[in-house]
Each structure stands twice: as structure tokens, then as C-alpha cells.
Design a protein around this ligand. Structure first.
Ligand code: PLP
Length: 365
């Protein structure tokens, strides 16, 4: 295409298709949505109160750079972060995009490990970035550290590590993260996406704070869409060294987070009672579903998140459709690099029981 106004790599780029909403699937039906890893307990009650209280000031601009939310995140990090190390954004997805825009360009490279969260690939390709896939190891879904290290070139800038991972639900223990960081050259940043970190129960798991503060080239990504129950508001944040966050902050737009998001975010971050309740509910639900999936002979991957990856003995689309007949939404994840698999969010007790009742009928018919 000569003298085109379009950038070829943007013109040909795929767009990310998130999970469908309830009304897109069956308008007006009372569906149980176990397809997007949301918090089935609802939003943080403190966040709802904060939104109500801030409605009257919507005629005024919010604070620039979401300073109050940044301060809150630093305060609730228990001394692990200072405000200078935090950048807020309109969702975890936007954090991913900001990092890619900040460090990547046409001709540069990044490394991902499928099956994983697709926006790393989709957003990178929109910038003309060459995405190198070093898949997770078959069956265990462990990170292929040797494969990643040998895929690094002079053009590599970012390695995306999802811990715990979507859609597998698996986590990477500290010794493996440390080995990777020790072997990565200085011109490469390791991005650790940890939006499900609250749900990990293993003692050998750490968030990216540990690695940032130990001086490695690391950026952590987080979101208020999962445990905090605020997926509809779109709030996320990233953190790293002050040098890296000051650089990424140059991409921030004026007043990019709304007053409602800032106030709800500050309230949700402080709502430790709600987070504890959420984590307990997910831990109980996960143990129940694990036991029941085993009883039903449904193949599953051990999960450290608020969802479980299963591999039914039937076409994943047929599995999805059969559960929809019982008003339950789940998500086939072949397009995440997990062919034949379906991701199921852990719900509240009554949702999980309904899911198992439906599966009993589907799998035994
Ligand atoms: C691994 C991972 N990272 C980031 C996100 C982005 O979350 P959000 O854009 O809702 O903040 C998700 C959402 O599903 C995810 O699974």
C-alpha cells in the first residue's frame, strides 16, 4: 500500500474481545456469570458508599494523576511502596498498554508465554512489535526459563510474566522468578502481572514488590477489577522504581481517572474486611469445586486464582452452550492458547452448587 495514511501493523491488528456481558448473552435472564473472573460477592460496600458521597461534586474536575488513590495504594502496601513508585490507570489493561507504549516500538521485541492473557500480544502488535512466544511447559504450565533466555535478542525490551496466570490459574514460585531475573540482561524489563495475587495460598509466592525493591528491572501490574469487585469502574495501577514510574507517567492524560473511580478506589483499597471475605469465599469455593470436578471426572488444572481451567471430554463450545441452557456463563479459552479448555470463575456457595448440579446433568447424559 503506497503512501497509505494507515500504519500497516495497526490496520491488520486484531482487537481484544473481552468476555460477553449478561445482557449480550440473554437479555433479562438471571444468569450466573462465571466467565470473566469477577468478584461474585459484588463490589466493595465501602466503595459503593464512597461513590454515593462523591456524586454531588461531579461538577468539579478530579485530582490530577489520581494523587489520592496513589497515596492510598502506597499506604496499604505495608511499607513496600512509596507514592513515587505507583502509577494509576484506567484498568490493568491500560497499565499493560502504557508499558508497551513507553518501552516498545516498531521493530522491537517482547516475549510472552502462552497460554496467557492476550492483550500483551494484541497491544504489542498494534505498535509493530515482534511478539515472541515461548510457551509454558505442556501439562505443568511451568515457565520455560531456558527458552525465554535463549529467545532474548538485542531488540527485546519486555518479558510478560503472569503470576498467577490467566487462563491456567497456575503460579510461579519465587525460586523460578529469581532465576529468570538473575539471567535477564539489563536492557530487558520483566513485567509481572499479578491481578489475582490475593487468591494465592502458597508460601513460596511473592508479589513483584519483592523484586522491585531488591533492585531488579521489574514492573508490577495490578487491578481493582478482581478481589476489590470494581471491574465496571476500570481502575488499575502499576509500580516499579521511581525512575521507571516517572518515565511511564509521561504518558498519563489529564484527569484520566474519574472522581467516582478515585473515591471508590481509595475506599476499596482500605476495605480489608471485604477483601478477607472475598479471599475466604474463593478459597472455600475453589476447594469445593476441585473435589466435585474430580468426582465428576472433569479434568482440571490446580488453581491459585478465583477461577479454574478445565478440559471437558467434549467440544468447549458445546460445553459452554450446555451450561448456558442452565443459565450459567463460562469461557472457552482456545484463543488464549489453551485449546479444548474452558475457564470457570469460582462463585458464591449457591452458584458453585448450581454449577455442579448442571454439570452432573451435562456430563452424565
Ligand atoms: C492476567 C490479567 N491481567 C490484566 C487483566 C486486566 O484487568 P482489567 O483491565 O479489568 O483491570 C486481566 C483481566 O482479566 C487479567 O486476567
Amino acid at each position: 500500500m503506497e503512501n497509505s495514511i494507515f500504519k500497516p501493523y495497526l490496520l491488520n491488528a486484531a482487537t481484544y474481545k473481552g468476555g460477553k456481558t449478561k445482557s449480550e448473552i440473554k437479555p433479562g435472564a438471571d444468569l450466573i456469570k462465571l466467565s470473566s473472573n469477577e468478584n461474585l460477592l459484588g463490589p466493595s460496600p465501602k466503595a459503593i458508599e464512597a461513590i454515593k458521597a462523591s456524586l454531588a461534586s461531579l461538577n468539579e474536575y478530579p485530582d490530577g494523576n489520581a494523587a489520592r488513590l496513589v497515596k492510598s495504594i502506597a499506604e496499604y502496601s505495608n511499607g513496600k511502596l512509596t507514592a513515587e513508585q505507583v502509577v494509576c490507570a484506567n484498568s490493568g489493561s491500560e497499565c499493560i498498554e502504557m508499558i508497551i507504549r513507553a518501552f516498545m516500538d516498531d521493530g522491537l521485541e517482547c516475549i510472552v508465554s502462552t497460554p496467557t492473557f492476550m492483550p500483551y500480544l494484541i497491544f504489542s502488535r498494534k505498535m509493530g512489535v515482534n511478539v515472541i512466544d515461548v510457551p509454558l511447559k505442556a501439562d505443568s504450565y511451568d515457565m520455560d526459563i531456558d527458552g525465554i533466555i535463549s529467545a532474548i535478542s538485542d531488540s527485546t525490551r519486555l518479558i510478560f510474566v503472569t503470576n498467577p496466570n490467566n487462563p491456567t490459574g497456575t503460579y510461579i514460585p519465587d525460586d523460578q522468578i529469581k532465576e529468570l531475573l538473575e539471567r535477564v540482561p539489563d536492557h530487558v524489563i520483566v513485567v509481572i502481572d499479578e491481578v489475582y495475587y490475593q487468591f494465592v495460598s502458597k508460601p513460596d509466592y511473592s508479589t513483584a514488590h519483592k523484586w522491585v525493591n531488591a533492585g531488579y528491572n521489574v514492573i508490577g501490574i495490578n487491578s481493582l477489577s478482581k478481589a476489590y469487585g470494581l471491574a465496571g469502574l476500570r481502575i488499575g495501577y502499576l509500580y516499579s522504581t521511581p525512575q521507571i514510574t516517572e518515565y511511564i507517567n509521561k504518558l498519563s492524560r489529564p484527569f484520566y481517572l474519574s472522581t467516582l473511580s478515585i473515591d471508590a478506589g481509595v475506599a476499596a483499597i482500605s476495605d480489608t474486611e471485604f477483601i478477607d471475605r472475598t479471599v475466604k469465599s474463593v478459597a472455600n469455593g475453589r476447594a469445593y469445586l476441585k473435589k466435585e470436578f474430580d468426582r465428576l471426572g472433569l479434568h482440571q488444572t490446580p488453581s491459585e486464582t478465583n477461577f479454574i481451567l478445565v478440559k471437558p471430554d467434549m467440544d468447549p463450545m458445546e460445553f459452554e452452550e450446555s451450561l448456558l441452557q442452565h443459565d450459567i456463563m463460562v469461557r472457552p479459552v482456545g484463543n488464549f492458547g489453551a485449546p479444548g479448555c474452558v475457564r470457570i470463575t469460582v462463585g458464591k456457595e449457591e452458584h458453585n452448587v448450581q454449577l455442579i448440579n448442571a454439570l452432573e446433568q451435562i456430563l452424565q447424559s
